[in-house]
Write a protein that binds this ligand. Structure first.
Ligand code: FAD
Length: 289
């Protein structure tokens, strides 16, 4: 493996300045579960790794004054998945983070690393998108905030500019009475990256003809995690079994998967239909029950 220097900046300004000075040659690093493999395989050759874990705010996991959940970029998957606050307030996110790899890996893998790696199979992203999360970014021009849906530009590509790093994610409190489920298809029962996944969030809504409103996000079936807006719309009109079948087909129609070593595009598309239906059924049972 090509050698690199390990630097532990003390402030966000210092980290950003180092990223800017060594553009392309310096990489932020948190749990290193993605980056080290890429270095070892020779896909990337950074000269400097900037450990961001001890930077101010990176380890925050708390509810802030407006009721949003604030997750520092270096908070691990296990910290989120095992947090009673997240399990009770944002259960869909706890499910997504709990589905990542193994217990050992979740002790190192961070939410920020998962998002910045920008894999369409990133298991924390669909839940965060359903909840309407925002990415908090620090860079040479200070702080900025971006809806998480706009953070992903393609496989391995994010909206981060030169000298910028992700500092936190904020997640609004979901609507009262909401329920959500994350359904993941992997090649093994545990420890595998998603072949595809579906996150479903529903909540009672007196203004919706079906009495419920919906957000559905699909992973590993397009270049980025995507929403299925037509399926969401159809479900808000009709969430009867017949309506659910039509909405699940609309979710499948939103998918733009590829064939790869994990599955064919046709299989992924059909599993979007199946898992969307299953997820919505579970959410409906929870909301009404
Ligand atoms: C065996 C194995 C199984 C896995 N299974 C899953 C799985 O089931 N589901 C899943 O979603 N993922 C899985 N992964 C992928 C990986 O573990 C996750 O993506 C993890 O969350 C990455 O976090 P990290 O802290 O280790 O990231 P790192 O490796 O530290 O960083 C990842 C990338 O993000 C950048 N980065 C990190 N933090 C920041 C920041 N704050 N600002 C800007 N850039 C930053 C780095 O420069 C790097 O490019 C698996 C990996 C392995 C090795």
């Amino acid at each position: 493996m090509q050698p690199f220097d390990y630097i532990k900046p003390k402030t966000l300004d210092e980290a950003s300045a180092l990223l800017l000075e060594h553009n392309g040659q310096a990489r932020p690093v948190a749990g290193c579960t993605d980056l080290l493999i890429r270095i070892e395989r020779g896909f990337v050759h950074p000269q400097f790794l900037l450990d961001i874990k001890a930077l101010p705010g990176m380890a925050d996991l708390l509810v802030v004054r407006n009721g949003d959940l604030r997750i520092g970029a270096a908070v691990t998957m296990n910290q989120v998945a095992l947090s009673p606050t997240v399990q009770s307030g944002w259960p869909l996110l706890a499910e997504g983070c709990a589905s990542v790899a193994s217990y050992q890996l979740r002790n190192r893998a961070t939410v920020g690393g998962n998002l910045c790696n920008a894999s369409p199979a990133a298991d924390s992203a669909p839940a965060l998108i359903c909840y309407g999360a925002s990415a908090h970014i620090f860079g040479p021009d200070g702080q900025r905030k971006l809806p998480l849906e706009q953070f992903f530009l393609g496989p391995g590509r994010t909206a981060l500019q030169r000298g910028e790093l992700l500092t936190a994610i904020t997640v609004p409190a979901p609507a009262r009475g909401s329920a959500g489920h994350f359904l993941k298809l992997g090649r093994t029962a545990m420890g595998d990256i998603s072949v595809m996944n579906v996150a479903v969030l529903g909540w009672p809504d007196a203004d919706a003809p079906s009495g419920t409103s919906w957000r559905i996000a699909l992973g590993s079936v397009a270049p980025t995690v995507i929403r299925a807006p037509e399926a969401e719309r159809l479900l808000s009109l009709d969430s009867s079994p017949a309506g659910l079948e039509i909405a699940s087909q609309a979710a499948a129609a939103a998918a733009r998967p590829i064939d790869d070593i994990r599955a064919t595009a046709a299989y992924r598309t059909d599993m979007v239909r199946v898992l969307t239906r299953r997820g919505v059924e579970r959410v409906l049972a929870e909301i009404s029950g």
